[in-house]
Design a protein around this ligand. Sequence first.
Ligand code: ATP
Ligand code: LTN
Length: 337
Amino acid sequence: MQFDKDKKILFSAAQPSGIPTIGNYLGAIKNWVDLQDEYNCIYSIADLHCLTVKREPKDLRRQSLDLLALYIACGVNPEKCVLFMQSHVPAHAELTWVLNTITYPGEMTRMTQFKDKSLRHADNVNMGLMDYPVLMAADILLYQTDIVPIGSDQKQHLEIARDIANRFNNRYSPTFVVPDGYIPKVGARIMSLQDPLHKMSKSDDNENAFISLEDDRDTIIRKFKRAVTDSDNTVAVGEDKPGITNLINIYSIFANKTIEETQREFDGKGYGEFKVAVGEVVADKIVPIKEEKERILKDKAYLDDIMIKGAETANYLANKTIAKVYRKVGLYTPDKK
Ligand code: ATP
Ligand code: LTN
């Protein structure tokens, strides 16, 4: 894989922690596809991050391969992008250790995601859960990343990554590129269909709250029909109308229309008709993705090959940074013969 020297570096990742939702798709993966020609792109499967929450080892193994197939089915091109499993590149764990020594517990315990997850997994508030943002910073900084496409829930973690990069650069000398976030204007925060004041999450106990990328056409339309909205019945966005605003955002992105165009299209039509239209446009896009993913998943040798090649490139790039970091912090390296 040859990187184009004139293009900037883009890095992002998602956790193989369940079946992704249209929130993950719109907030992250869709943008990864849209940006793959403009940047040198590196996309990882954050399997080490997944260990912070208890799960069946066999599920994690299966979901990791599944997520790789999904990236490709969504349109991420393995010929153009580096695709790899985080655990196949030891430098992620190595850099995390060094960055831990310049990060403070108070910075980690004030993270919103840490607080949420500590409540949800009260029986397992482990060091990894607390250290999650440092591993994420290592992911990003190892590749001298310029830009990180993420949903808005990850903004706080990106800020910490920038702080850590600046801190290291100031303490030792310029070493890391300080990355910028790329947060889409529409779609950065897709809300739950049942409680539109909370983000759509794949780990929600209520299946009607999210559209997973494995839902079939009928399920998708049924879930949108049941989506919680107000009693106004006018298809228009508004701060006091979070449910319908969320559906208008979803429709507009999938139908490739502006919010104004969507509002005009459904002017004078009720919520019932609009909800079916949302379901249809979403199903038209994601049902083929699911079918393509299933086709790709059958070819395990192909997927293994992509991740082996991806890890080779990622290891090469990451090892350059880790060697620099070890030298700067004063770890002794013998002269090569
Ligand atoms: P979990 O709920 O298991 O913690 P998650 O879905 O929040 O997982 P990832 O799968 O790692 O976490 O997220 C991948 C990407 O999807 C991130 O960039 C994240 O910001 C984005 N994302 C997650 N949920 C949404 C959402 N509801 N709307 C927009 N983007 C989202
Ligand atoms: N924490 C992220 C997933 C993730 C990530 C990254 C995103 C892990 N490492 C590096 C961007 C860059 C999440 O979305 N839950």
